[in-house]
Ligand binder design. Structure first.
Ligand SMILES: Nc1ncnc2c1ncn2[C@@H]1O[C@H](COP(=O)(O)OP(=O)(O)O)[C@@H](O)[C@H]1O
Ligand SMILES: [Mg+2]
Length: 318
């Protein structure tokens, strides 16, 4: 058995979800017989890790700081094995635009988009290109901060008048903003797990179904009771296999490890990848644990296997 530091909380806007994920992971690790040290991540992380000298760190953090390679890099410096994707995959997936470039270059489906930084907008007059951008992508458009999660800062623009305010709102979360083509369709999440013997497996697909069917009010998904999840999603076998194939290809392309959740919209012509979450929610209502469960992997096994994979990677890179 190992001494496992569970890193949770942190300063991102997804702090509360992370605390819930972390608490649930701690319970599972205790049931598995590990010695568990919970760390609410803050300015004293280095000291806390040094004092507890864990065999492995379970990173149960979401959003900037925890999911984007920052904490991963610190753990590398300290020589502490950690769960989930490495620094490079974490950084690339946390930046939705870098991930989308990689997907598009590899021929994997992702909605067309344009991205720019606040510097381009303020100092280089990128605002004047808005007309051209709007024409290329067509309405409705989705405006998002590049590095956030949990739908934070995302706005839909139905017309040109709504774009500037949506962009300004997104800039308040991130110096990089993207404008993406809106894709109508069913909302799917595909979990992927690395295998103990190498290779990765796509889990059964989960569909998020909003109770009131307002396309634009996607925040419904995050209000308890306004969304229900179908797991496995009601898809015919060939389509489900195609969605899993796309998710697995994206996971491998970006070099993810341990686990990840690929968010997609199922459009009329097939799945379109929105993003990859390298540390998906692990709370009682999160979709990755539900999907693992549907594949016969209960939460304790999911957590145990994720820790084992972290130790395996550390051994193979020594
Ligand atoms: N291009 C798009 N077309 C339609 N809906 C979108 C699009 N982009 C985002 N959404 C909606 O917003 C939600 C969050 O977007 P996503 O890119 O997954 O960012 P995050 O989950 O990191 O906030 C999606 O699950 C979907 O409901
Ligand atoms: Mg998402």
């Amino acid at each position: 058995m190992s001494r496992v530091a569970v890193l949770k909380g942190g300063r991102s806007l997804e702090r509360q979800v992370s605390l819930a994920s972390g608490a649930r992971v701690e319970d599972a690790l205790e049931r598995l017989g590990h010695e568990v040290v919970g760390i609410d991540v803050g300015g004293d992380l280095f000291t806390a890790l040094h004092d507890c000298a864990p065999d492995v760190a379970f990173i149960a953090m979401h959003g900037p700081g925890g999911e984007d390679g920052t904490v991963q890099e610190l753990l590398e410096v300290l020589g502490i094995p950690y769960t989930g994707s490495g620094v490079s995959a974490s950084a690339r997936c946390a930046d939705k635009v870098l991930a989308k470039h990689a997907l598009r270059d590899a021929g994997l489906p992702t909605p067309d988009w344009v991205a720019f930084t606040d510097t381009a907008f303020r100092d280089l007059g990128a605002g004047q290109a808005l007309d051209a951008i709007e024409q290329r992508l067509d309405f409705p458009l989705v405006v998002k901060p590049v590095g956030q999660g949990s739908a934070i800062g995302i706005k839909f623009a139905r017309s040109a008048q709504e774009v500037p305010a949506a962009i300004l709102a997104a800039f308040s979360y991130d110096p990089k903003v993207m404008i993406e083509r809106f894709v109508a369709g069913r909302e799917l999440a595909a979990g992927v797990l690395s295998g103990r013997a190498g290779g990765a497996q796509a889990l059964p697909i989960v569909e998020a179904i909003a109770r009131d069917r307002d396309f634009y009010d996607f925040t419904a998904r995050y209000d308890i009771g306004r969304t229900r999840f179908a797991c496995p999603a009601d898809l015919d076998a060939a389509l489900a296999a195609r969605v899993q194939e796309v998710a697995l290809a994206a996971y491998e392309l970006l070099g993810c490890y341990g686990f990840a959740r690929v968010d997609m919209i199922l459009a009329a012509d097939g799945p379109q990848i929105l993003e990859l979450n390298t540390i998906p929610g692990l709370t009682g209502t999160s979709t990755l644990p539900q999907a693992a469960d549907a594949a016969g992997i209960d939460f304790d096994e999911l957590v145990g296997r994720t820790v084992e994979l972290a130790l395996t990677r550390a051994r193979s890179t020594v």
